[in-house]
Design a binder for this molecule. Structure first.
Ligand SMILES: [Mn+2]
Length: 323
C-alpha cells in the first residue's frame, strides 16, 4: 500500500496534506513531516500542509497559508489522522483529483481512493515514519524529530496501551539513526505557563468527591479570568486527574461566556460514560466524553446521573468479587 501511495505522490505535482480539525501534536507532526519529506525528495513539487494551527506548535514547523487552489489543476489530497470526512480541516480546498488517507483511528467511513488504516499503530506519525522508510521518500533529522514528538504525544509518553513493541522499535531506530535530543523535544511539548498550573491547583483544591468516587468541579468565567486562562485550557486539565486513587469518574464544567455554554469534560477509570454523555446531547469514547450544557443547573443533573452510574459500577464489581 505504501508503495502505491509513493507512486501517487510521484505522479502529482500539486499535493495538499490535511488532517483533523482541532489540531493536536500528532496531526500536525505527521502532516508537516510528510510535507517536508516529499519536498526533500521532489524539490519541484508544490506541497502544502493545511488547516488551522496554533502558535503552541510552532516548534514543529509551520503550516501553509493563503494557497490559491484555483490556479492548480490535478491535486493529490492526502488526509492524515482523520477517520471521517466531516472532521477533515480542509474547508477551502475546492477540488482534487485523487486522494489518500493514512489513519490510526478505528474505521468510520471510506472517503479516499487509497486508504491505509491501522488502529494498532500508536499514531499517524508512526505510520508516516513507515511510509517514508518503506519507500524512496527522504528522511532527515528535523523530520525524524517532529515524528518522534507526534508519537510521544499520542502515546502520552508511552503511557497508553497503544505503545506497542513496534512503536518502541521505531523510536529506538529514530534515536539510533538521528541522535535525537529527546530532552529538547519533551520540553517543547510539555512546557506550559504558570497560569495553567495555578489553575490546576485551584481545581484540585476545589474538586468535590462523592462517596461513589465521582469528582466534579464547576469553574465560572470569573475564576478563569482570575487565573488568566481560557475555558479550553481548564477543560484540558481534566487529564491531569488521571491516576487519582479516589476518583472513578471525574468532570470539569467550565463556563464559556463567548459561546454561551457550559463546557463539560468527563473522564472515567471504569464506568462507561458516553451513554450518559449522549443522554445530555454530548458524546465521545467509553472513558473520555464531553457535553455542552446551557447552564450549571443541567450540570447538577449530569452530576447526579454520573454519581449513580458510579454507584452501580461499584455494586456490580462487588458482586463480581463475591462470585
Ligand atoms: Mn493521532
Amino acid at each position: 500500500m505504501y508503495k502505491k501511495i509513493f507512486r501517487a505522490i510521484k505522479s502529482y505535482n500539486n499535493i495538499v496534506i490535511a488532517r483533523h480539525v482541532g489540531i493536536d501534536p500528532d496531526a500536525m507532526a505527521s502532516q508537516v513531516a510528510l510535507r517536508d519529506s516529499i519536498k526533500l525528495t521532489f524539490p519541484d513539487k508544490n506541497v502544502y500542509a493545511i488547516g488551522n494551527g496554533t502558535v503552541k506548535f510552532n516548534f514543529m514547523g509551520h503550516l501553509d497559508k493563503g494557497i490559491n487552489y484555483d490556479e492548480m489543476n490535478k491535486i493529490l489530497l492526502i488526509v492524515l489522522d482523520t477517520p471521517d470526512k466531516k472532521r477533515v480541516d480542509m474547508e477551502d480546498v475546492t477540488h482534487y483529483e485523487y486522494s489518500v488517507k493514512i489513519d490510526h483511528h478505528p474505521f468510520i467511513e471510506k472517503f479516499c481512493d487509497i486508504e491505509v488504516i491501522d488502529d494498532q499503530k500508536s499514531s499517524a506519525s508512526e505510520m508516516v515514519y513507515d511510509l517514508i522508510t518503506e519507500t524512496k521518500l527522504v528522511m532527515n533529522e528535523e523530520i525524524c524529530e517532529v515524528l518522534y514528538a507526534g508519537i510521544v504525544a499520542d502515546t502520552n509518553r508511552f503511557l497508553f496501551n497503544n505503545s506497542k513493541s513496534q512503536t518502541f522499535r521505531i523510536v529506538s531506530e529514530m534515536i539510533d539513526n538521528y541522535d535525537l535530543d529527546i530532552t529538547k523535544i519533551y520540553m517543547n511539548l510539555y512546557k506550559r505557563p504558570m497560569a495553567e498550573i495555578r489553575m490546576f491547583g485551584y481545581m484540585a483544591s476545589n474538586m468535590k468527591v462523592t462517596e461513589n468516587g465521582l469528582g466534579y468541579i464547576k469553574i465560572s468565567d470569573e475564576v478563569l479570568n482570575k487565573f488568566g486562562v481560557d475555558s479550553a485550557t481548564s477543560g484540558n486539565l481534566i487529564n491531569e486527574f488521571n491516576s487519582i486513587d479516589e476518583l472513578l469518574v471525574w468532570i470539569t464544567a467550565t463556563e464559556d461566556v463567548k459561546n454561551g455554554v457550559i463546557r463539560v469534560s468527563i473522564r472515567s477509570r471504569g464506568p462507561v460514560i458516553n451513554k450518559v454523555a449522549e443522554k445530555f446531547g454530548g458524546g465521545g469514547h467509553a472513558a473520555a466524553s464531553g457535553v455542552k450544557l446551557p447552564s450549571f443547573l443541567e450540570v447538577d443533573d449530569l452530576i447526579n446521573n454520573l454519581d449513580s452510574l458510579c454507584s452501580k459500577y461499584i455494586e456490580s464489581s462487588d458482586e463480581d468479587e463475591n462470585n
